[in-house]
Design a protein around this ligand. Structure first.
Ligand code: HEM
Length: 369
Protein backbone atom coordinates (compact mmCIF):
# COMPACT_ATOMS: atom_id res chain seq x y z
CA UNK A 1 0.00 0.00 0.00
CA UNK A 2 2.99 2.36 0.19
CA UNK A 3 3.10 4.56 -2.91
CA UNK A 4 6.40 4.91 -4.74
CA UNK A 5 8.58 7.83 -3.70
CA UNK A 6 8.50 10.95 -5.84
CA UNK A 7 10.48 10.22 -9.06
CA UNK A 8 12.26 13.60 -8.79
CA UNK A 9 15.57 12.98 -6.95
CA UNK A 10 16.34 14.73 -3.66
CA UNK A 11 18.00 18.13 -4.25
CA UNK A 12 20.53 17.46 -1.43
CA UNK A 13 21.88 14.36 0.37
CA UNK A 14 19.26 12.69 2.60
CA UNK A 15 21.51 13.15 5.66
CA UNK A 16 21.59 16.93 5.21
CA UNK A 17 17.82 17.16 4.67
CA UNK A 18 17.27 14.95 7.73
CA UNK A 19 19.50 17.16 9.89
CA UNK A 20 17.55 20.22 8.72
CA UNK A 21 14.24 18.44 9.37
CA UNK A 22 15.23 17.69 12.97
CA UNK A 23 16.75 21.16 13.53
CA UNK A 24 13.70 23.01 12.21
CA UNK A 25 11.38 20.66 14.12
CA UNK A 26 13.19 21.56 17.36
CA UNK A 27 12.70 25.27 16.60
CA UNK A 28 9.04 24.71 15.68
CA UNK A 29 8.25 22.68 18.76
CA UNK A 30 10.02 25.12 21.12
CA UNK A 31 8.04 28.04 19.65
CA UNK A 32 4.83 25.97 19.81
CA UNK A 33 5.46 25.13 23.46
CA UNK A 34 6.11 28.76 24.36
CA UNK A 35 2.90 29.79 22.57
CA UNK A 36 0.61 27.10 23.93
CA UNK A 37 2.19 27.06 27.40
CA UNK A 38 2.40 30.87 27.43
CA UNK A 39 -1.32 31.17 26.60
CA UNK A 40 -2.14 28.76 29.44
CA UNK A 41 0.16 30.54 31.94
CA UNK A 42 -1.20 33.98 30.95
CA UNK A 43 -4.82 32.86 31.31
CA UNK A 44 -4.24 31.15 34.66
CA UNK A 45 -2.22 34.16 35.95
CA UNK A 46 -4.93 36.59 34.85
CA UNK A 47 -7.51 34.48 36.69
CA UNK A 48 -5.37 34.14 39.84
CA UNK A 49 -4.58 37.88 39.76
CA UNK A 50 -8.26 38.71 39.80
CA UNK A 51 -9.13 36.21 42.54
CA UNK A 52 -6.27 37.29 44.81
CA UNK A 53 -6.27 40.95 43.78
CA UNK A 54 -2.51 40.56 43.21
CA UNK A 55 -1.19 42.97 40.58
CA UNK A 56 1.92 40.89 39.89
CA UNK A 57 -0.07 38.08 38.31
CA UNK A 58 -2.07 40.47 36.15
CA UNK A 59 1.05 42.33 35.04
CA UNK A 60 2.70 39.02 34.17
CA UNK A 61 -0.36 38.00 32.13
CA UNK A 62 -0.11 41.30 30.22
CA UNK A 63 3.60 40.78 29.55
CA UNK A 64 3.09 37.22 28.32
CA UNK A 65 0.06 38.04 26.20
CA UNK A 66 1.90 40.90 24.49
CA UNK A 67 4.51 38.35 23.29
CA UNK A 68 2.09 35.65 22.13
CA UNK A 69 1.21 37.07 18.67
CA UNK A 70 4.96 37.03 17.95
CA UNK A 71 5.54 33.50 19.24
CA UNK A 72 2.49 32.15 17.37
CA UNK A 73 3.77 33.72 14.13
CA UNK A 74 7.14 32.06 14.85
CA UNK A 75 5.43 28.70 15.47
CA UNK A 76 3.65 28.81 12.13
CA UNK A 77 6.64 30.05 10.14
CA UNK A 78 8.95 27.54 11.80
CA UNK A 79 6.37 24.83 11.03
CA UNK A 80 6.65 25.43 7.29
CA UNK A 81 10.32 24.37 7.19
CA UNK A 82 9.88 20.86 8.69
CA UNK A 83 6.71 20.52 6.60
CA UNK A 84 8.79 20.94 3.44
CA UNK A 85 11.52 18.57 4.66
CA UNK A 86 9.10 15.89 5.87
CA UNK A 87 7.28 16.01 2.51
CA UNK A 88 10.56 15.75 0.63
CA UNK A 89 11.88 12.82 2.66
CA UNK A 90 8.69 10.96 3.67
CA UNK A 91 6.20 12.28 1.08
CA UNK A 92 4.56 8.96 0.26
CA UNK A 93 3.86 8.34 3.96
CA UNK A 94 2.89 11.87 5.00
CA UNK A 95 0.59 12.51 2.02
CA UNK A 96 -1.20 9.18 2.43
CA UNK A 97 -1.89 9.71 6.13
CA UNK A 98 -3.01 13.30 5.40
CA UNK A 99 -5.48 12.03 2.79
CA UNK A 100 -6.82 9.35 5.15
CA UNK A 101 -7.41 11.93 7.89
CA UNK A 102 -8.98 14.23 5.26
CA UNK A 103 -11.37 16.75 6.87
CA UNK A 104 -9.78 16.77 10.35
CA UNK A 105 -6.43 17.46 8.69
CA UNK A 106 -7.88 20.22 6.51
CA UNK A 107 -9.32 21.76 9.69
CA UNK A 108 -5.80 22.60 10.94
CA UNK A 109 -5.51 25.87 9.00
CA UNK A 110 -8.90 27.36 10.06
CA UNK A 111 -8.29 26.27 13.68
CA UNK A 112 -4.89 27.99 13.72
CA UNK A 113 -6.42 31.15 12.19
CA UNK A 114 -9.20 31.33 14.83
CA UNK A 115 -6.67 30.70 17.63
CA UNK A 116 -4.52 33.48 16.17
CA UNK A 117 -7.44 35.93 16.17
CA UNK A 118 -8.21 34.99 19.77
CA UNK A 119 -4.63 35.68 20.83
CA UNK A 120 -4.64 39.05 19.03
CA UNK A 121 -7.94 39.90 20.71
CA UNK A 122 -6.53 39.02 24.13
CA UNK A 123 -3.30 40.94 23.48
CA UNK A 124 -4.76 44.08 21.93
CA UNK A 125 -8.27 44.36 23.39
CA UNK A 126 -7.72 42.59 26.71
CA UNK A 127 -8.53 45.57 28.95
CA UNK A 128 -11.70 46.35 27.02
CA UNK A 129 -12.83 42.73 27.21
CA UNK A 130 -12.54 42.68 31.03
CA UNK A 131 -13.08 39.25 32.58
CA UNK A 132 -14.16 37.82 29.23
CA UNK A 133 -10.56 37.89 28.02
CA UNK A 134 -9.85 34.87 30.23
CA UNK A 135 -12.39 32.91 28.16
CA UNK A 136 -10.80 34.15 24.95
CA UNK A 137 -7.37 33.00 26.18
CA UNK A 138 -8.76 29.61 27.24
CA UNK A 139 -10.49 29.23 23.86
CA UNK A 140 -7.28 29.91 21.96
CA UNK A 141 -5.30 27.48 24.15
CA UNK A 142 -7.96 24.83 23.53
CA UNK A 143 -7.82 25.34 19.76
CA UNK A 144 -4.04 25.02 19.80
CA UNK A 145 -4.40 21.76 21.74
CA UNK A 146 -6.79 20.47 19.07
CA UNK A 147 -4.21 21.40 16.39
CA UNK A 148 -1.55 19.47 18.34
CA UNK A 149 -3.97 16.51 18.57
CA UNK A 150 -4.43 16.55 14.78
CA UNK A 151 -0.68 16.69 14.19
CA UNK A 152 -0.12 13.71 16.47
CA UNK A 153 -2.87 11.86 14.56
CA UNK A 154 -1.14 12.45 11.24
CA UNK A 155 2.43 11.83 12.41
CA UNK A 156 1.45 8.51 14.03
CA UNK A 157 -0.72 7.38 11.11
CA UNK A 158 2.09 7.93 8.60
CA UNK A 159 4.14 5.33 10.53
CA UNK A 160 1.67 2.45 10.17
CA UNK A 161 1.09 1.75 6.44
CA UNK A 162 -0.22 -1.74 7.29
CA UNK A 163 -3.45 -0.16 8.52
CA UNK A 164 -4.01 2.21 5.60
CA UNK A 165 -5.97 -0.10 3.28
CA UNK A 166 -8.56 -1.03 5.93
CA UNK A 167 -8.93 2.59 6.97
CA UNK A 168 -9.41 3.66 3.37
CA UNK A 169 -12.02 0.95 2.83
CA UNK A 170 -13.99 1.69 5.99
CA UNK A 171 -13.86 5.50 6.16
CA UNK A 172 -15.12 6.89 2.90
CA UNK A 173 -16.63 9.93 4.68
CA UNK A 174 -13.20 11.49 5.15
CA UNK A 175 -13.71 11.82 8.89
CA UNK A 176 -11.05 9.51 10.25
CA UNK A 177 -9.10 10.00 13.47
CA UNK A 178 -6.29 7.68 14.55
CA UNK A 179 -7.93 6.80 17.90
CA UNK A 180 -6.93 3.12 17.76
CA UNK A 181 -3.24 4.01 17.81
CA UNK A 182 -1.87 2.89 21.21
CA UNK A 183 0.72 5.67 21.41
CA UNK A 184 -1.65 8.50 20.44
CA UNK A 185 -2.73 9.62 23.93
CA UNK A 186 0.64 9.34 25.73
CA UNK A 187 2.38 10.99 22.77
CA UNK A 188 -0.11 13.86 22.76
CA UNK A 189 0.12 14.27 26.55
CA UNK A 190 3.92 14.21 26.31
CA UNK A 191 3.75 17.22 23.93
CA UNK A 192 0.98 19.06 25.79
CA UNK A 193 2.55 18.71 29.24
CA UNK A 194 5.89 19.91 27.84
CA UNK A 195 4.25 23.18 26.74
CA UNK A 196 3.85 24.90 30.15
CA UNK A 197 7.28 23.59 31.20
CA UNK A 198 9.02 25.14 28.18
CA UNK A 199 6.99 28.35 28.54
CA UNK A 200 7.92 28.48 32.25
CA UNK A 201 11.61 28.11 31.39
CA UNK A 202 11.26 30.80 28.68
CA UNK A 203 9.73 33.08 31.32
CA UNK A 204 12.76 32.53 33.56
CA UNK A 205 15.13 33.46 30.71
CA UNK A 206 12.98 36.47 29.76
CA UNK A 207 13.07 37.62 33.41
CA UNK A 208 16.87 37.38 33.28
CA UNK A 209 16.92 39.97 30.49
CA UNK A 210 14.32 42.18 32.18
CA UNK A 211 15.97 42.16 35.62
CA UNK A 212 16.69 45.65 36.90
CA UNK A 213 13.54 47.10 35.36
CA UNK A 214 10.67 48.30 37.51
CA UNK A 215 8.64 47.40 39.47
CA UNK A 216 11.19 46.53 42.18
CA UNK A 217 11.63 42.79 42.75
CA UNK A 218 8.96 41.91 40.20
CA UNK A 219 11.24 40.11 37.73
CA UNK A 220 12.83 38.00 40.47
CA UNK A 221 9.32 36.95 41.47
CA UNK A 222 8.48 36.29 37.79
CA UNK A 223 11.60 34.08 37.41
CA UNK A 224 10.56 32.00 40.45
CA UNK A 225 7.02 31.76 39.13
CA UNK A 226 8.38 30.57 35.75
CA UNK A 227 10.58 28.01 37.52
CA UNK A 228 7.48 26.63 39.27
CA UNK A 229 5.67 26.29 35.93
CA UNK A 230 8.69 24.37 34.66
CA UNK A 231 8.96 22.07 37.66
CA UNK A 232 5.42 20.76 38.10
CA UNK A 233 4.82 19.61 34.47
CA UNK A 234 8.35 18.17 34.24
CA UNK A 235 7.69 15.99 37.29
CA UNK A 236 4.48 14.81 35.56
CA UNK A 237 6.58 13.96 32.46
CA UNK A 238 8.46 11.47 34.60
CA UNK A 239 5.31 9.34 34.46
CA UNK A 240 4.22 10.17 30.90
CA UNK A 241 7.59 9.51 29.22
CA UNK A 242 7.81 5.85 30.34
CA UNK A 243 4.11 5.35 29.51
CA UNK A 244 4.78 6.55 25.95
CA UNK A 245 7.94 4.45 25.67
CA UNK A 246 6.20 1.26 26.75
CA UNK A 247 3.27 1.80 24.39
CA UNK A 248 5.65 1.67 21.42
CA UNK A 249 5.69 -1.71 19.62
CA UNK A 250 8.51 -3.81 21.10
CA UNK A 251 10.42 -3.94 17.78
CA UNK A 252 10.53 -0.14 17.79
CA UNK A 253 11.18 0.23 21.53
CA UNK A 254 13.85 -2.41 22.09
CA UNK A 255 16.73 -0.53 20.41
CA UNK A 256 16.06 2.35 22.85
CA UNK A 257 16.01 0.21 25.98
CA UNK A 258 19.26 -1.70 25.65
CA UNK A 259 19.34 -3.47 22.26
CA UNK A 260 21.24 -0.65 20.56
CA UNK A 261 23.88 1.20 22.59
CA UNK A 262 23.77 4.47 20.65
CA UNK A 263 19.98 4.77 20.67
CA UNK A 264 19.77 3.85 24.36
CA UNK A 265 22.50 6.37 25.21
CA UNK A 266 20.65 9.06 23.25
CA UNK A 267 17.40 8.48 25.12
CA UNK A 268 19.23 8.43 28.47
CA UNK A 269 21.06 11.66 27.56
CA UNK A 270 17.71 13.33 26.82
CA UNK A 271 16.29 12.17 30.15
CA UNK A 272 19.52 13.21 31.91
CA UNK A 273 19.32 16.73 30.43
CA UNK A 274 15.70 17.03 31.63
CA UNK A 275 16.70 15.87 35.15
CA UNK A 276 19.55 18.43 35.24
CA UNK A 277 17.06 21.11 34.16
CA UNK A 278 14.77 20.01 36.97
CA UNK A 279 17.55 20.33 39.56
CA UNK A 280 18.62 23.75 38.25
CA UNK A 281 15.05 25.07 38.34
CA UNK A 282 14.56 23.66 41.84
CA UNK A 283 17.66 25.64 42.88
CA UNK A 284 16.21 28.74 41.16
CA UNK A 285 13.14 28.44 43.38
CA UNK A 286 15.18 28.39 46.59
CA UNK A 287 18.13 30.74 45.94
CA UNK A 288 17.98 34.51 46.58
CA UNK A 289 19.11 35.14 43.01
CA UNK A 290 17.11 32.67 40.86
CA UNK A 291 18.48 33.87 37.55
CA UNK A 292 21.82 31.96 37.05
CA UNK A 293 20.35 28.51 37.88
CA UNK A 294 17.23 29.48 35.92
CA UNK A 295 19.31 30.18 32.84
CA UNK A 296 21.20 26.88 33.30
CA UNK A 297 17.83 25.12 33.61
CA UNK A 298 16.65 26.75 30.36
CA UNK A 299 19.76 25.56 28.52
CA UNK A 300 19.31 22.02 29.87
CA UNK A 301 15.73 22.08 28.64
CA UNK A 302 16.76 23.10 25.10
CA UNK A 303 19.30 20.25 25.18
CA UNK A 304 16.60 17.82 26.39
CA UNK A 305 14.14 18.87 23.65
CA UNK A 306 16.88 18.59 21.00
CA UNK A 307 17.98 15.11 22.14
CA UNK A 308 14.36 13.95 22.40
CA UNK A 309 13.68 15.25 18.89
CA UNK A 310 16.59 13.22 17.51
CA UNK A 311 15.21 10.20 19.41
CA UNK A 312 11.75 10.89 17.94
CA UNK A 313 13.27 10.92 14.47
CA UNK A 314 15.05 7.60 15.06
CA UNK A 315 11.79 6.12 16.36
CA UNK A 316 10.17 7.08 13.04
CA UNK A 317 12.96 5.38 11.10
CA UNK A 318 12.61 2.31 13.32
CA UNK A 319 8.89 2.12 12.47
CA UNK A 320 9.54 2.42 8.72
CA UNK A 321 12.84 0.54 8.52
CA UNK A 322 11.58 -2.84 7.36
CA UNK A 323 10.42 -1.28 4.09
CA UNK A 324 11.84 2.19 3.70
CA UNK A 325 15.00 4.15 4.30
CA UNK A 326 15.60 7.74 3.22
CA UNK A 327 19.15 6.63 2.39
CA UNK A 328 17.75 4.66 -0.58
CA UNK A 329 16.18 7.72 -2.23
CA UNK A 330 17.80 9.00 -5.45
CA UNK A 331 19.87 12.18 -4.98
CA UNK A 332 20.82 14.83 -7.51
CA UNK A 333 22.60 17.45 -5.41
CA UNK A 334 22.08 21.06 -6.49
CA UNK A 335 25.06 22.71 -4.84
CA UNK A 336 24.15 26.28 -5.84
CA UNK A 337 20.69 25.87 -4.28
CA UNK A 338 22.13 24.41 -1.09
CA UNK A 339 24.58 27.31 -0.76
CA UNK A 340 21.78 29.82 -1.44
CA UNK A 341 19.65 28.11 1.22
CA UNK A 342 22.37 28.51 3.86
CA UNK A 343 23.04 32.14 2.88
CA UNK A 344 19.32 32.94 3.25
CA UNK A 345 19.18 30.97 6.51
CA UNK A 346 22.05 33.05 7.93
CA UNK A 347 20.23 36.23 6.83
CA UNK A 348 17.00 35.03 8.47
CA UNK A 349 18.83 34.20 11.73
CA UNK A 350 20.35 37.71 11.74
CA UNK A 351 16.93 39.35 11.16
CA UNK A 352 15.32 37.26 13.91
CA UNK A 353 18.19 38.15 16.28
CA UNK A 354 17.63 41.84 15.51
CA UNK A 355 13.88 41.49 16.17
CA UNK A 356 14.49 39.60 19.43
CA UNK A 357 16.80 42.40 20.60
CA UNK A 358 14.13 44.99 19.75
CA UNK A 359 11.53 43.00 21.72
CA UNK A 360 13.79 42.74 24.77
CA UNK A 361 14.49 46.49 24.67
CA UNK A 362 10.83 47.49 24.27
CA UNK A 363 9.28 49.15 27.34
CA UNK A 364 6.59 46.44 27.71
CA UNK A 365 3.03 46.88 28.94
CA UNK A 366 2.29 49.30 31.80
CA UNK A 367 1.06 47.89 35.14
CA UNK A 368 -2.74 47.56 35.22
CA UNK A 369 -4.59 50.53 36.79
C1 HEM B 1 0.02 26.67 15.74
C2 HEM B 1 -0.35 25.52 16.17
C3 HEM B 1 0.47 24.28 16.06
C4 HEM B 1 0.63 23.35 17.03
C5 HEM B 1 -0.01 23.40 18.40
C6 HEM B 1 1.51 22.31 16.51
C7 HEM B 1 1.89 21.19 17.22
C8 HEM B 1 2.67 20.19 16.73
C9 HEM B 1 2.99 18.96 17.43
C10 HEM B 1 2.51 18.60 18.81
C11 HEM B 1 3.77 18.21 16.62
C12 HEM B 1 4.37 16.84 16.92
C13 HEM B 1 3.49 15.74 16.43
C14 HEM B 1 4.06 14.36 16.67
O1 HEM B 1 5.27 14.17 16.65
O2 HEM B 1 3.28 13.43 16.91
C15 HEM B 1 3.97 18.97 15.41
C16 HEM B 1 4.70 18.53 14.36
C17 HEM B 1 4.79 19.21 13.18
N1 HEM B 1 4.30 20.46 12.89
FE1 HEM B 1 3.25 21.66 14.12
N2 HEM B 1 1.87 22.64 15.25
C18 HEM B 1 1.26 23.83 14.92
C19 HEM B 1 1.33 24.50 13.72
C20 HEM B 1 2.03 24.05 12.63
C21 HEM B 1 2.02 24.67 11.33
C22 HEM B 1 1.17 25.90 10.95
C23 HEM B 1 2.84 23.93 10.54
C24 HEM B 1 3.17 24.09 9.09
C25 HEM B 1 2.95 25.15 8.39
C26 HEM B 1 3.36 22.84 11.34
C27 HEM B 1 4.22 21.87 10.89
C28 HEM B 1 4.58 20.74 11.59
C29 HEM B 1 5.29 19.63 11.01
C30 HEM B 1 5.77 19.52 9.57
C31 HEM B 1 5.43 18.67 12.01
C32 HEM B 1 6.08 17.30 11.89
C33 HEM B 1 7.56 17.35 11.71
C34 HEM B 1 8.13 15.97 11.70
O3 HEM B 1 7.41 14.98 11.61
O4 HEM B 1 9.37 15.84 11.82
N3 HEM B 1 2.85 22.95 12.59
N4 HEM B 1 3.29 20.17 15.51
Amino acid sequence: MIPDPDPIPLPAPAGLLTALLVLTFVLHILAMNVTLGGTAIATVSDFVGRRRADERYRLLARHLVSLLPITLAATITLGVAPLLFVQTLYGQFFYTSSILLAWPWLAVAPLVIVAYYGIYLYAWQGERLGDRRIWVGMGSALLLMVVAFLYVNNITLMLTPDRWQDIYASHSSGLFLNGEEATLVPRLLHFLVAAPAVAGAALVVYALFMKGRSPEGYWTWAARYGALWFLVPTVIQAALGPLFLFRLPSAVRDPFVGDDTLRTALLLAGIGAAVLGLLAMAAALRLRNPLPPGLAGGLCLVAAVSLMSITRHLVRDEYLSPRFSTGDLAVDSQTALIVLFFVLLAGAVAVVGYMARAILRAPGPAPPQ
